[in-house]
Design a protein around this ligand. Sequence first.
Ligand code: AKG
Ligand code: FE2
Length: 421
Amino acid sequence: QEETCTPGDDTCIASPKPNRKLKATFQNLSPYRADVHFDDGRFGNYVATLETNGEKVTIDSFAGHRFFITRHGVREGLVDPSTDEQYFFTVKETNNVDDAVEFTLPSTAAPSKTKCKDRYPVCVNEAERGECTRNPGWMIVNCCKSCDEKEGYGKYLDSKVRCTRERLNATIPAWENGSLDALFTKWATEDKYKPYEPRVISSPNKVYNAQHEGPWIMVFDNFLDDYEINDLMKGANFGDGFQRSTDQGSVIAGSGEKEKKISTHRTSSNAWCRRECEELDGVKRVSDRIEDFTGISQNNYESLQILKYNVGEYYKTHHDSSGGKDNSVSGHRILTFFLYLNNVLEGGETRFTNLDISVEPKRGRALVWPSVLNEDPTMSDLRMYHEARPVTKGIKFAANHWIHQYDSKNENLWGCSGSFA
Ligand SMILES: O=C(O)CCC(=O)C(=O)O
Ligand SMILES: [Fe+2]
C-alpha cells in the first residue's frame, strides 16, 4: 500500500515510490549564502547555491533524497543554533498535486560556534584508516573532531598555527639575490641547452641576441616531444578533467578556507595534473626536465596545470605573483614555465602588456619568464604583467608550472594555499 505525508509533517515517513519525480524547492532566509548538497552518505554532491535574498531554487528530485546545507563555497555546515545540528532536508512523498516539496533555511541558521567538528559521518572511518596524516589539510578542516581524537590535530584547525614556514619546512628560498640572472645566462650560453633551441626574447642590456631590452624572457622551441605532449593531453582528462577556471575569493574562516569563484578575467578551462596524471611517464619527464633546467625542487612547483582555450576565450592581463612581499608559506611565484601543446590557427598569443612583447603558441615550445626581481627575489617585478590573447580560430592547449620561492607541496598538503582539492 502507498502512504503519503502532508507537507511540513516531519514525523511522517512515507514509503517512497522511487520512480515518481518530485520538485524540491529550497529557500534561504539566513544571512549566509548557502550551498545545497545531495547527501550520498560520503562527502555529498553539490547541487545548487542559495542566495540570501529569499530567492528560491527548484531542483528535480525523488522521494528519499536527502540534502545537507553548507555555507557557500566551503563545506562549513549551517546549523540550528539551538541544537548545534546541521540542516538536513529529506524529500518525502507528498499529496501535493504539483508534486512539489519545499524547504526553508530559517533566518537563524548560522555556522556552528563549535569550530572543531566533523562535517561528515564518514570522518570517523577516514580518520581510522589514517587519512588525517595522509591528507592532513583537507581532513583537519573537514574532519577536525575525528583528527583531534586520533592525532591531536585539533590545534591545527587555526591556519595561523597550521600554516607557518617553520612547521612546514619551507624556510630555504630557491633564489637569492642574483640567482635569476645566473639561471637565464646559463640557459642562453651553455651547450647543454642548445638541443632545446633556446632564444632570448628579452634580456637586460639586450645581451645574447635578445630582440628586446628588458627583463629576462626566453623560449625553447624544442622543449617537448610528441610523447610528452600526448601524455599531458591524456592526463588532462583524468580526475575532474577540464573545469571552467576559477579564482580564489577571500578567506572566509579561521581554518583558511577560501571561496572559489568563476573567474571573469579568465574564461578558459583548466585541469590540474595530479595523482594518476602526475604518474604518467611523459608528464614525469617534463617535470623532471624543468627541475633539471631550473635547479629548483619540484616541491616548489604547483601541480602542472593544463589550459584549454576555445575560440573567443582569453586570460586577461594579470601578474603571476602577488604585489610586494609574499608572506604565504610558499612565497612568491618566482618563475613561470609555460608550455604550448599545439599550433593555434589564429590568436592565443601570450602578450607582455607593459613590454609590448608577444609570443605565438607553437607546439612543443616553452616560454619562461620570472615574476620577481633579480636584485631582490622577495619583490615582484611589475614589468611582468601579461595576458593570453583571445583565440580567434581553432583551439589552444597549453600547460604551466608555477614555481615558488619555497615549498609548495607541503603548503598544499596541509591546506595552506586556500585550496582543499
Ligand atoms: O595562456 C597563456 O598564454 C598565458 C597563461 C598565463 O598567463 C599563465 O598560465 O600564467
Ligand atoms: Fe600568467
